[in-house]
Design a protein around this ligand. Structure first.
Ligand SMILES: [Zn+2]
Length: 306
């Protein structure tokens, strides 16, 4: 029997340790998410090809959407720092894959792709403007205005992790500059707070343990609560700076650490920082798409170029 193949987009999410693959149709996952380890540099493309060949036996693939760590140019080349994927910078991802498969290929920065998924099918559908903040080991983000990603003139739109929260040169950031939002609000920022509040035993306290300590009803719980309050203040400070630039209708928090954010506490902090007229205009939600957002967003972007 001659089965008609179903038309799909292959969504790919390239991270520092793993690459995730799934087929997507109309913004929905049509297969489970398959994972492979991230090799170095251009070898990533042979892993992508392996999955393409596997999927194309069963389905008609109409396009490829790739979400990746690092800054991406308009023509789909990796142009920005990708410290966690050696040899990836400079790769002309779109050009190579498009030539090979003769299909539309879209390549987008992972945080931007995730923001696009939140806008299309996630917790801030249609919000205009939309600001997404990713809280994890680092801090990333994405900005959508009038339904379009703000990619910027130098492809650094949405790189909100490196706005400055202070001028004190106290916190060193992973970008080797001081006082970036990321240095305060990320997992690394939390480790710095642990060091500050627990100078004698910080080595034995992980970020996860810090959150547990807040509920422990011990002497340490008071210090842990203070540390978490400081962390919320830093996130609020970043939100305040960004809010006053483009006045987002909704703010979405994503990334592993977003689960630990207490929205009520965050709103209390933002109210103290915002201009009074705007204090009630802050709407913050947590992502409902989780780890799949980048893959889904890249596939949605690719489906638009069909
Ligand atoms: Zn930085």
């Amino acid at each position: 029997m001659n089965k008609t193949k179903q038309k799909m987009i292959m969504g790919v999410d390239i991270g520092g340790t793993k690459i995730a693959f799934a087929l997507v149709s109309s913004g929905k996952m049509m297969t489970p998410v398959y994972k492979a380890e991230t090799p170095k540099g251009e070898k990533i493309l042979s892993v992508v090809s392996k999955f393409y060949e596997k999927f194309s036996k069963k389905y008609l693939i109409a396009g490829i959407g790739i979400s990746t760590a690092g800054m991406v140019s308009d023509d789909g080349q990796i142009v920005g720092s990708t410290g966690n994927i050696p040899g990836w910078q400079g790769t002309k991802v779109k050009e190579i894959l498009q030539k090979k498969y003769r299909l539309p290929v879209v390549v987008e920065n992972d945080a931007n792709a995730a923001a696009y998924a939140e806008y299309q099918v996630g917790s801030a559908k249609g919000a205009n403007p939309l600001l997404m903040i990713t809280l994890g080991t680092g801090v990333g983000g994405g900005v959508i205005v009038n339904g379009k990603l703000v990619r910027g003139a130098h492809f650094a739109g949405g790189e909100i992790g490196h706005i400055k929260l202070s001028y004190t040169k106290q916190r060193l950031c992973t970008c080797s500059r001081y006082d970036c939002f990321e240095a305060y609000a990320s997992g690394n920022g939390l480790l710095a707070l642990i060091k500050h509040y627990f100078p004698d035993k910080y080595k034995s306290i992980s970020t996860r343990k810090l959150f547990q300590l807040t509920k422990s009803k011990t002497k340490d719980s008071i210090l842990a609560i203070r540390a978490i309050e400081d962390w919320h203040f830093y996130i609020a400070l970043g939100i305040c700076n960004l809010f006053h630039v483009f006045d987002p209708e909704k703010i979405v928090l994503s990334g592993g650490l977003s689960e630990e954010v207490d929205i009520k506490c965050l709103l209390q902090q933002t109210k103290k920082l915002f201009l009074p007229a705007l204090a009630k205009s802050v709407h913050i939600e947590k992502s409902v798409l989780g780890n799949d957002a980048g893959l889904l967003g890249a596939a949605l972007l690719a489906s638009q170029s069909l």
